[in-house]
Ligand binder design. Sequence first.
Ligand SMILES: Cc1ncc(COP(=O)(O)O)c(C=O)c1O
Length: 459
Amino acid sequence: MFKISISFSPLRHNLQDSQLRDTTLAPEKTSIGRRRFLGAFAATAAVGLPLSGSAAVSRLPTPPTDTSPSALAQDESFWSEVATFYDRTTGVVNLEHGYWGKMAHPVQDAYIDATRMVNAQNSFYARKQFETDEKESVRRVARALGVYDDEIVLTRNATEAIHNLIRQYRGLEAGDAVLSADIDYPHFKTAMQWLEGARGARSVELIIPPRAGQSQILALYRDTFDNNPDIKLMLLMHVSNQHGLVLPVARIAKEARKRGIDVICDTAQSWGLLDYQVPSLQVDWAGFNLHKWIGSPVGVGALYMRRGSLEKVAPYPGESDPEDTLVSTRVHVGTSNFAAVLAVPHALNFHEAIGAANKEARLRYLRQLWTTEAESMSHIELLGGRDEESWSGMGSFRLAGRRSAEDVTALQQRLEHEFGVFTVIRKGLASGYCVRITPQVFTTPDNMAQLVDALKRLA
Ligand SMILES: Cc1ncc(COP(=O)(O)O)c(C=O)c1O
């Protein structure tokens, strides 16, 4: 067992990726060869946690450098090694990974170690050191998202980030309109509708067809803006939790900006599922979580507010920010999960070791394995993208013409009990209910084949 005797060592704040990599131990020869090497990594070098036991030396996946993400997406030996970093759901093929992301072993180990340390050191740690350590987690999040540290504040989830933006938005006057879409996250739609009673705003809902492509979606938003010139604030989904539809956020945001509409972007489901950085979205405000596709412990989210954009969103009640420069004042979390925040750099290390582009390509590939087959089944209605740009790793379906809660509940139950495939029902689309399918990086093509077989037998 690897033990470090010190009780706590401060973070190293200025480590670059290359320095993190310098701590990599010599490659082990595996049966699959050197390029499959899973680099051993001293976790203490990343975040300075007092480690003992399993987290003391963490290994990370090392994808080959000479293979494109699309080629690597089909390299089963690499992905089966990635899968060794995870414990699997037993008793069923779990295709419901849109709820939260499972921690990989190095992240779980770091989290358990951090929990022990925080519990042992208690207020002595929390009062003296946590603020510094949290700054390191913020720095890593900001770096991964391609933004400045002072544009990020950690929250407990995406809901906290986005609800604060909606509630604290101060750009509305009675008679203004606010926009959401049927594909938006249901609790955010209701929060936008709440602005009707709270601020006298008119709530407008845009309906997006069950399958849609990029230019079609853009045209729908443009028409809605033109037909509702009183819209002042809108919710804009990046990847829909309903069916994994990817929206052309930057293009819609550009149209919104031209008309003076403020945009709250819901990036809860997109970061880590897709490979991107915030500047490419061209939005001022976004709400993330790290417990879905970044694989942190449950209980970590982030609010992004572009420098210079804070004036229209009031500080959290009781907080003060006369110059409107402090994003940290837009949230007040109180006592929260210290250990989860400490595990963030570990989650990002693991995510970045696989590579965001590789992960996106693999998840798309797994989704294609079932959607391409489903396209040709007349008894299945597929929901999501019309073109590959509009698809992500997630997708949804239902039996043709069977859109009610009862129909889709029965479908989900049959998949689980007759075919051993666990999924989830999504409600909220104007077109009706659907079953969502969400693979993860450890999902195998055999798992997807089991789903395809079930789909065929549902005829
Ligand atoms: C699109 C979308 N937005 C927001 C949320 C809420 O995220 P959280 O649970 O981190 O608050 C979810 C969660 O499923 C989601 O899928």
